[in-house]
Ligand binder design. Structure first.
Ligand code: GLU
Length: 550
C-alpha cells in the first residue's frame, strides 16, 4: 500500500477534501474593515465574568465595524464537560443581551459546536498527514512521563521535540505494525525543521511581540480510541477560525504563549494568518497585591454571582467597559454603552474588579430608573430568585409603585437604597402588609432600644391613632406628631432632653422614632410622611395600634 493510501485508510472513505469545506464556507462579503469575531467558551465549568468581559469586546468590535459576531462552543474536551454549563452560557448571554449574529438555528458557517465538526477537522488532519506535516504517534502515557522526567532531570524544556519525539521519524514499517496490532495513536503536528528560532507577531492590543518559536510537536488529533475523534483546541481553533472566516480573535492572555504554535499551524494549513487581541485578565485585590480572579476561590468570578444578586446588566456592562477602556468609566452610562471600545486602549495589565465600585455604579444607575422600571426589574429577578416576592408585588402593584417612588420621583437626588435587585426585600419589604410584621406592642424588641417607657408609648400611640389625620401636607402631618409629643411630655428638642433627662420620657426625636419604628420596624427609613402616604390611612392606623398593643 502506498503511503498515501495507508493514511487515507485511517479516515472515512467519503471524507471530503479541503476544497469541499472551502466552498461550503466561502469568504464573507462584508464591508472593508468589518471584523468577524467569535467567543469560544468551553463548557467545562461555570461562566467566568471574564467571559462576559471578552464577549462584550467581541460583540462591540464586530457591531461597530459592520461585522459579525458568533459564539462557538469549544467542546472538544468532552471528559471535562460540566453538565448544565451550556444552559448557564445561554442564561448569561441573555441576561447581558449579548446575542450572536449567527447560531446553529440561523447561520451559514455552522455547526457552531466543535463537537459537531469532526468531519471538517479530519479532512485537514488527513491533509497534513498526506503532506508529511503531521505524523502518527503511538507513545504511551508511561513513555511520555518518562520523557518528561528525563528532560526535567537535565533541566531541558519538557515536550515532544527533537530526539525526544520518538515517532517523528519512525520507520513506516513500525507504524504499520502498530496499526495492524490496533494500538491507539494520536496525530502530532510536525514542527518544520527550517523555522527561525524566534518569531514575531503583532497583537492588536500589545503591538509588536517576539517570542521563541514553538518546538513542540503538539498533538492535533486526540487518541484514535476515542469517539468522536476530536482535535485539540489548537488545531480546532485554527481550522474553525479560518473556515468561519474570523478575522479578529479576541481571547484571554493565557493563550499568548500559544501564538508561535498557532502561527505554525496556520502556515502548515495554508491559511491566511489571523489577527489576535489578547485581553488582560480581570484581577482581584488581595492583601499585599493582586491576583487573577479565580473560579475556584472567588464567588464573584462567576457570572451567576451577579445574576443571582440582581445587579442590573447595564450597570455591569458599563463597569466592564470602563475596565476595558478607562475613558469609558469617565462618561455617563448611556454614552459609555454607545461608544465603541477601542482595542488599542485596552490595558496590558489586568484591571481590578472592585465590587464596591460596581455597587456604587449600580446604585447610581438604578437611581436613574422610573418606579415602573425598577418594579419590572425587581419582579423579573424575583421570578427566578424569590417567588414569594412576585406574589407580594403582583398583589399590591400600586402600593409597590408608591413605595418605590418615595424619595425617588420628583426629587433632585433620588434615594440610592438599591444596589441590586436582591436588596429590595430589605429596603422596601416593610411597605407590604404581607411582608411586614407589625409590632407586638410597646415592649416589642424593635422599639425598646428607644428607651421610652411602655406606658408612655402606649398612651402616645393610642392618642396618635385615635386622632390621626392623614394629611397630604408634610409639615401639617408632622405637626400632629409634634403636638402629641408635647402633650405626652416629650422634650421639644434633643438638647433640652439631654440637659434634663429625668424630666422627660424622651424628646421629639424619640417620639418620631416611635412612629418610624411603628410604621417601618426600623429606626432608619425614608421620609415618614412619604411612607405614610404610600401605605395609606388604614395601614398606618393598623401599625400605630399595633405599637399601642391594641
Ligand atoms: N475555548 C477557549 C477557552 O475557553 C477559547 C480560546 C479562544 O477564544 O480562542 O479559553
Amino acid at each position: 500500500m502506498s503511503e498515501r493510501a495507508a493514511i487515507d485508510a485511517l479516515f472515512p472513505a467519503d471524507l471530503p477534501e479541503p476544497e469541499h469545506w472551502e466552498r461550503r464556507y466561502p469568504a464573507r462579503e462584508l464591508p472593508e474593515g468589518a471584523k468577524v469575531t467569535r467567543f469560544g467558551p468551553s463548557p467545562t465549568g461555570f461562566v467566568h465574568i471574564g467571559g462576559v468581559y471578552v464577549s462584550t469586546i467581541d460583540r462591540d468590535v464586530s457591531t461597530h465595524s459592520g461585522g459579525v459576531y458568533f459564539v462557538r462552543v469549544e467542546d472538544t474536551d468532552q471528559s471535562r464537560e460540566v453538565e448544565g454549563a451550556l444552559d448557564q452560557f445561554t442564561r448569561a448571554f441573555d441576561y447581558f443581551d449579548l446575542h450572536p449574529d449567527e447560531s446553529d438555528a440561523d447561520g451559514a458557517y455552522g455547526p457552531y459546536h466543535q463537537s459537531q465538526r469532526e468531519q471538517v477537522y479530519l479532512t485537514y488532519v488527513r491533509q497534513l498527514l498526506r503532506e508529511g506535516k503531521a505524523y502518527l504517534c503511538f507513545a504511551t502515557k508511561d513513555e511520555l512521563a518518562d520523557i518528561s522526567a528525563k528532560q526535567q532531570a537535565t533541566k531541558l524544556p519538557t515536550g515532544y521535540y527533537g530526539k525526544w519525539a520518538i515517532w517523528r521519524d519512525a520507520d513506516p514499517g513500525a507504524v504499520a505494525a502498530k496499526l495492524a496490532e490496533g494500538v491507539p495513536y494520536v496525530v502530532r503536528f510536525r514542527v518544520p525543521d527550517d523555522g527561525a528560532p524566534r518569531v514575531r507577531f503583532t497583537d492588536a492590543i500589545r503591538g509588536d511581540l517576539e517570542a521563541e518559536a514553538n518546538r513542540n510537536d503538539a498533538v492535533i488529533l486526540k487518541s484514535s480510541d476515542t469517539s468522536p475523534r476530536l482535535p485539540t483546541y489548537h488545531f480546532a481553533h485554527a481550522v474553525d477560525d479560518h473556515l468561519m472566516r474570523v478575522n479578529l480573535v479576541v481571547r484571554g492572555e493565557e493563550w499568548i504563549s500559544s501564538v508561535p504554535l498557532h502561527q505554525q499551524l496556520f502556515a502548515a494549513l495554508d491559511f491566511e494568518p489571523i489577527t489576535y487581541a489578547h485581553i488582560a485578565p480581570l484581577m482581584k485585590q488581595i492583601p499585599g497585591g493582586k491576583r487573577k480572579l479565580s473560579k475556584r476561590k472567588d464567588p464573584e468570578a462567576g457570572v451567576d454571582f451577579y445574576i443571582e444578586a440582581g445587579y442590573p446588566a447595564r450597570a455591569i456592562l458599563y463597569y466592564l467597559r470602563g475596565l476595558a477602556n478607562g475613558r469609558l468609566a469617565e462618561v455617563p452610562l448611556d454614552e459609555a454603552l454607545a461608544t465603541p471600545i477601542s482595542l488599542d486602549q485596552c490595558g496590558v495589565a489586568g484591571p481590578l474588579v472592585d465590587l464596591v465600585k460596581l455597587e456604587d455604579i449600580s446604585a447610581d444607575h438604578i437611581a436613574t430608573l422610573t418606579s415602573e422600571q425598577v418594579l419590572d426589574a425587581v419582579r423579573a429577578w424575583s421570578q427566578l430568585y424569590d417567588k414569594d416576592l412576585v406574589t407580594v408585588l403582583d398583589d399590591a402593584r400600586d402600593l409597590a409603585l408608591r413605595a418605590i417612588a418615595v424619595e425617588r420621583e420628583g426629587v433632585e437626588n433620588p434615594r440610592k437604597d438599591l444596589r441590586k435587585w436582591s436588596d429590595f426585600r430589605a429596603a422596601y419589604g416593610f411597605f407590604f402588609p404581607t411582608v411586614f410584621t407589625p409590632l407586638t406592642g410597646p415592649t416589642d424588641d424593635r422599639v425598646t432600644p428607644l428607651g421610652v417607657t411602655p406606658d408612655v408609648i402606649r398612651a402616645f400611640a393610642t392618642d396618635l391613632a385615635d386622632g390621626y389625620h392623614h394629611a397630604d401636607d408634610q409639615p401639617e402631618w408632622f405637626n400632629q406628631v409634634r403636638d402629641l409629643a408635647t402633650k405626652h411630655g416629650f422634650a421639644p428638642s434633643p438638647k433640652d432632653f439631654k440637659k434634663n433627662p429625668d424630666a422627660y420620657p424622651g424628646s421629639i426625636r424619640e417620639a418620631s422614632q416611635l412612629v418610624r419604628v411603628a410604621l417601618t420596624g426600623s429606626t432608619r427609613s425614608p421620609d415618614l410622611h412619604a411612607i405614610s402616604q404610600a401605605l395609606g390611612v388604614d395601614e398606618v392606623l393598623r401599625r400605630l395600634r399595633a405599637l399601642a398593643g391594641a
